[in-house]
Design a protein around this ligand. Sequence first.
Ligand code: 5GP
Length: 191
Amino acid sequence: MAKGLLIVISGPSGVGKGTVIKKFVDDPELKLAFSVSMTTRQKRAGEVEGVNYYYVTDEEFQKARENGELLESAQFVGNWYGTPLAEVERLRNEGKNVLLEIEVNGCRQVKNKVPDALTIFIVPPDMDELERRIRGRATEPEEIVQERLAKAQKEMEMIDQYKYVICNDDADLAADIIRLIIKRYMQLSAQ
Ligand code: 5GP
């Protein structure tokens, strides 16, 4: 059985990555498995341990990192995030295409380790719309909103490291485009 693809999806916070991903992640033709990351950030309302993230302490995170248990890791607005390596490898060896929803520094590390990873960056129609979306979420204090906005600007400057840049003006369309790209990559990797 061919090893599954490694797919990285990034985009500034508030761009609607989750909404877009939800639209194609369960498509059986794509054989996707979502990689659940480890994070030191607080659980948000509605999030579930082991589904959205594995919520760990700083100490637990650093230990996993030092033991080489993470494919990549990065700090984002004061918290650590990382991708558990063993799980990704297990799923890919089962022929699943593993989807990582991670930020730009993590993507750079993934590309170093897995040069043929399929990398996709989702951009907002414009930055004003992004700000509206981040504020619309309103689950975080102003200080964090400001940090996320500044971070979004920085992330937008790093899109050239991605193979595909897709605008989330219409989430259905963005999901369809990503679906098409994944299918094409599956065909190519099967040849
Ligand atoms: P949030 O706190 O909004 O869930 O995530 C903040 C940022 O961290 C998002 O850009 C998200 O894509 C990214 N992120 C989530 N998990 C990981 C991970 O395992 N590694 C890296 N590098 N970034 C992650």
